[in-house]
Design a protein around this ligand. Structure first.
Ligand code: PHB
Length: 390
């Protein structure tokens, strides 16, 4: 008995000592399965940040611990977050590609005294679920509001909306509808597809039959988006003159080599293009390309992760490495910096990122590769989705 207590005390003392020197960040994302490339981009962004800024904050070493949730799975996400906090002693939770996985951990944060830095999950409501949640990615309201006006300006008045039936899809549908109707556009039909949909031919037929002049679409980036844009082309919709509008998830750079001509000319609105022309982005792309190995695999989750690390480093600085989640989050309210995507700040009220949203068009470079070419900037966009929640 005595021996057990002594062993437990010794273990505690050792873990206490370890805490003072090493600050652990637990990152949850899809690192295997169909969305593995998205998780690989999280890691590339984190590695790039640490390569450029060091793996120490003050005297403390920073250690990143990864946990794999291949597809949206709130129960698995919550269990892994608990394991990271209790067994690994992480002081920060970060990552989260899919909304349901981020939502599932928000109830744990206050008791665990751990901030959550969301590097992708993009449903507006997530940050309202805990005062300890901060987001460095985007929301579908933020990206899909400007494309509504772009659509109308392109002379398209009748749209069919097609989205994945979960948080960000519903937000995208509502954001586009609100923006489009405000400028006199009409949604002739709104389709919500199960997330598991991978045969898009029946949907393409419904788009043809709807009489719409154009389609607005959102699916989470990955094999889903690649399949959808391919099907749009292969089912003859592009040739029939039906216009395609979407947030940038639909033309992520890592999908462009496989899409080729099918993507050419597609207009999207988004917070980040790998081609963004700035010294900060040049340095970022160089480091992230090195981290990921194949530069053609770089995509937007890398920048969400890179900026997420910036926020976490600022939190660690502000708390001197002590575990004080409220103080850490307070320290980044109003924080502004120049991200690879452009100027950004953390809105002090919502803890969501304010940023430029860019209109881009898929173009072909001189070397034959395809890229998202930025052609217009909507400056300093907050999240209209938070107002819509009230
Ligand atoms: C999300 O689940 O919040 C999500 C995932 C992928 C995206 C956008 C949003 O491209």
């Amino acid at each position: 008995m005595k021996r057990t207590i002594l062993a437990a005390l010794a273990a505690l003392a050792m873990s206490g000592a370890a805490c003072a020197d090493t600050i652990k960040i637990g990152v949850i994302g899809p690192f295997s399965g169909p969305f593995a490339l998205q998780g690989k981009n999280f890691k590339a962004g984190i590695d790039a940040y640490m390569a450029m800024n060091g793996s120490k904050v003050g005297d403390d070493d920073i250690e990143v611990i990864y946990r794999d949730v291949p597809q949206p799975d709130p129960a698995q996400s919550k269990a892994l977050a608990q394991e990271l906090v209790v067994k690994e002693g992480v002081q920060y939770l970060a990552g989260f590609y899919f909304t349901p996985d981020a939502m599932a951990v928000t109830p744990l944060l206050e008791q665990a005294n751990v901030p959550l830095v969301i590097m992708n999950a993009a449903t507006s409501a997530i940050v309202t679920k805990s005062p300890l949640a901060v987001r460095t990615s985007f929301t579908l309201w933020q990206t899909s509001t400007p494309i509504a006006k772009v659509t109308k300006d392109a002379g398209v008045s009748k749209i069919i909306s097609v989205v994945s039936d979960y948080g960000p899809g519903v937000d995208a549908e509502n954001a586009f509808k609100q923006g489009f109707e405000a400028v006199g556009g009409e949604i002739v039909e709104a389709i919500r597809m199960p997330l598991s949909t991978n045969d898009f031919s029946p949907i393409m037929q419904r788009i043809k039959d709807s009489g719409a002049e154009g389609v607005f679409a959102f699916l989470p980036s990955g094999p889903t988006t690649l399949g959808f844009v391919k099907a749009f082309n292969e089912n003859g919709l592009k040739d029939a003159g039906i216009k395609f509008f979407a947030p940038g998830d639909l033309t992520q750079e890592s999908d462009l080599p496989a899409l080729g001509e099918a993507a050419l000319g597609i207009r999207t609105t988004f917070h980040y293009a790998v081609s963004h022309d700035s010294p900060e982005n040049k340095a970022f792309v160089e480091a992230a390309a090195k981290a990921i190995g194949n530069p053609a695999e770089l995509s937007f989750p890398a920048v969400g992760a890179y900026d997420g690390m910036h926020v976490i480093y600022k939190m660690i600085e502000a708390t001197g490495g002590e575990q004080d989640a409220a103080k850490a989050v307070d320290a980044v309210k109003g924080l502004s910096w120049t991200s690879p995507r452009g100027p950004v700040s953390i809105d002090p009220e919502s803890r969501h990122i304010t940023q430029n949203i860019y209109l881009r068009e898929v173009a072909k470079a001189d070397d034959g590769t395809y890229y998202n070419k930025e052609i217009q900037t909507f400056e300093k966009q907050g999240d209209p989705g938070l107002a819509a929640l009230k």
